[in-house]
Design a binder for this molecule. Structure first.
Ligand SMILES: Nc1ncnc2c1ncn2[C@@H]1O[C@H](COP(=O)(O)OP(=O)(O)OP(=O)(O)O)[C@@H](O)[C@H]1O
Length: 644
């Protein structure tokens, strides 16, 4: 029956309908509405008493009442709920409220009627109107509460996002949830399936701040097993019996009320449970339940992303340790000892360091050592070989470019300064940088901001710049090929690397170091150098320095017969003396293989003959310096830099 139809059927109730409508419009919360409606209901039905009762877990409480009664007929209320129909008992009448959100609610009236209103159904009609009014007010109230809750939660969640470590995040979740739900305590229980335990954190008063309980223990165990929300009320005995008092004892705490919701991660995977204890006043409400479900969803996301961050940090740490362990400045001669202590001294400063030395003397190894010994060790180490990049591309390589900045700039590209972020940028072969490039680099070093080519947004940079060269920079400054101001800026500290030929016995030490490395890689026995071989190594001028020695040891490890356990002077001859290399002898390979071998050998020898001076070597071969590097990369030769 619609409202209009019911008004036509019960004209005597028209005034009550109008009053109820007025009351509904004036009431903000359900409680207020029920309180104001009950006199209208009683008046319309001619009752001396009217109450809205709510029954949960066998306990009946009044939402509001009009009139006074010492006792109310509980059995009648339970019957009405069980039968879901109006019932009378003596001069009591009760009927269920059937509107949305009023499950378990009953309207109870008492009067001395000549014709009981149940008989002509006016009770049911009034009850329906009341139910509708309650449902509407309740809906509005819930929407407002949800909005307020969401506003509060959004603020909290924003704070949670800032955590990159688990422990402070758990404490923050617990503290904010306790405050929001007006509870005394909150804990997150993460389910450790392997050990069948629930790990509760933070656990105040427990050593280690962590409480371990069996996965099926207490209310938390029930929530994890069922995936359903559980509420324990302070005044319901049956609820109280389910509380695991052993945990209380352990924590020296007395649990009165509990609200516990499942904690689900991405894809609905059950991660554990989220529990709040002891509502400061009364019991946890349906609204608290909705709030905790909402909080749990955000907490799960925050926990998962923090876990991912923690894992990433751990993995990065392992990778950095691994990379750092591979950077070893081998050598015992006095100059290397002095260099090693200088590296230690400058590492944790932000001073600009210029590393000088011939090609292949280990300038990049020194730069990496500085990086891994500094507080920047967990940040990137980026190396750029300034000589291997053409002048036109260097700017975009270092500073990046925006999409469309020039013809080939099809995509935006981040520059090496940005990639280095808070780490170290190693500029190798800085002496080969054009004057235009030098001016731009100087500006970046002075202003600490980069602007991508074709862009206008200044991007702050905190990268530490280390530079290296095999050229005499002071000379280049005199010849006006290198800016003096940039030279002073880069050259706050300079570290000189001696050529290998000046390192005495270190030559043998390094040879043994590399041979050991490559023999292990080639899975072969480690051969030993004879006295004559050592002498031969010490006599060689090593124009390509340590890179040459390393390459030589690599070839030895792979080319010397596997059962050979001694390397004699004669075994070194074919590599150390020009003109007898395997590439020029007849072999089994294809013409392409032979050409490749020849090119490699030719380039190798030319570089050796210029004592590692790449500019001179390129000139001798009739190549641009950058083309020489490209060719070497094409042939998969070691170019001693990690550019791409
Ligand atoms: N003291 C050292 N201990 C161990 N290995 C070294 C040492 N010095 C150099 N090396 C190795 O020698 C090779 C060449 O070193 P690196 O690339 O650092 O030289 P570079 O001076 O930067 O060369 P270039 O000027 O050609 O760029 C690398 O494989 C490096 O690992």
């Amino acid at each position: 029956m619609s409202l209009v139809e019911s008004l036509e059927a019960y004209p005597a109730l028209a005034e009550a309908a109008a009053q109820l409508f007025y009351v509904a419009c004036q009431s903000e919360v359900t409680q207020q509405l029920v309180e104001r409606s009950l006199p209208v209901v009683a008046g319309a039905l001619g009752a001396s008493y009217a109450a809205v009762m709510t029954g949960e877990k066998g306990v009946w409480r009044p939402v509001a009442a009009f009139g006074r009664e010492k006792t109310v007929p509980i059995e009648l209320l339970s019957d009405v709920l069980d039968l879901d129909a109006p019932r009378g008992l003596a001069d009591w009448l009760a009927t269920p409220l059937r509107a949305e959100g009023t499950t378990g609610w009953v309207l109870l009236v008492r009067g001395t009627w000549e014709t009981a209103p149940a008989g002509d159904s006016s009770l049911e009609v009034v009850c329906r109107w009341l139910g509708e009014a309650i449902a509407t007010t309740m809906g509005h109230q819930q929407s407002r509460a949800r909005l307020a809750r969401l506003e509060a939660i959004v603020g909290l969640v924003a704070q949670w996002r800032q955590h990159s470590a688990m422990e402070p995040l758990l404490v923050s979740i617990a503290e904010t949830s306790t405050r929001l739900l007006e509870a005394e305590r909150a804990s997150i229980f993460l389910w450790d399936r392997a050990s069948k335990t629930l790990v509760g954190r933070p656990a105040l008063g427990v050593e280690g701040g962590e409480l371990r309980i069996p996965e099926n223990a207490g209310i938390v165990g029930q929530v994890v097993a069922s995936g359903e929300v559980r509420r324990v009320d302070a005044d319901i005995e049956a609820d109280q019996r389910e509380v695991d008092r052993r945990v209380d004892k352990k924590l020296k705490f007395e649990t009165r009320s509990i609200l516990c919701v499942p904690l689900r991660g991405a894809g609905g995977v059950l991660l554990g449970a989220f529990e709040v204890l002891n509502k400061r006043q009364g019991n946890f409400t349906r609204d608290d339940e909705l709030a905790l479900v909402e909080l749990a969803a955000h907490a799960a996301t925050a926990l998962e992303s923090t876990q991912t961050i923690e894992n990433l940090v751990q993995t990065r740490k392992q990778l950095v340790d691994h990379a750092a362990s591979g950077v070893e400045l081998v050598g015992e001669c006095a100059s290397i000892g002095a260099l090693r202590s200088a590296v230690k001294r400058v590492a944790d400063t932000d001073l600009a360091v210029l590393i000088l030395g011939e090609n292949g003397t280990g300038k990049e190894v020194v730069a990496q050592s500085i990086h891994y010994l500094s507080k920047r060790r967990h940040e990137p180490f980026i190396a750029v070989n300034c000589a291997a990049i053409s002048e036109s591309l260097l700017e975009s390589e270092l500073f990046g470019h925006e999409k469309g900045a020039f013809t080939d700039a099809r995509e935006m590209r981040v520059g090496k300064f940005e990639l280095a972020a808070d780490g170290t940028l190693f500029l190798d072969e800085i002496g080969d940088m054009s004057l235009g490039g030098q001016a731009k680099l100087l500006r970046v070093l002075e202003e600490k901001v980069v602007v991508r080519v074709g862009g206008s947004v200044p991007i702050p940079t905190k990268a530490r710049v280390l530079a290296a060269t095999n050229q005499n920079l002071a000379e280049l400054v005199r010849a006006k090929r290198f800016r003096e101001d940039l030279f002073f800026r880069l050259n706050v500290v300079s570290l000189d690397l001696p050529p290998l030929r000046a390192r005495g016995e270190d030559i043998v030490l390094l040879a043994e170091h590399f041979l050991k490395q490559f023999a292990a890689r080639a899975r072969r026995r480690l051969p030993k150098f004879t006295a004559a071989a050592r002498k031969r190594l010490l006599m060689h001028p090593w124009p390509g320095n340590i890179r040459e020695l390393r390459n030589l040891m690599e070839r030895l490890a792979y080319l010397a017969p596997e059962d050979q356990d001694k390397i004699d002077a004669g075994d070194l001859e074919f590599i150390l003396s020009p003109g007898t290399s395997p590439a020029t002898s007849l072999g089994d390979g294809t013409l392409a293989d032979a050409t490749r071998e020849f090119q490699m050998e030719f380039i190798h020898k030319t570089i050796e003959s210029t004592r590692g001076n790449m500019t001179l070597a390129a000139e001798k071969m009739g190549l641009q310096r950058s083309n020489l590097y490209r060719k070497m990369r094409q042939l998969q030769m070691d170019v001693g830099e990690d550019n791409n």
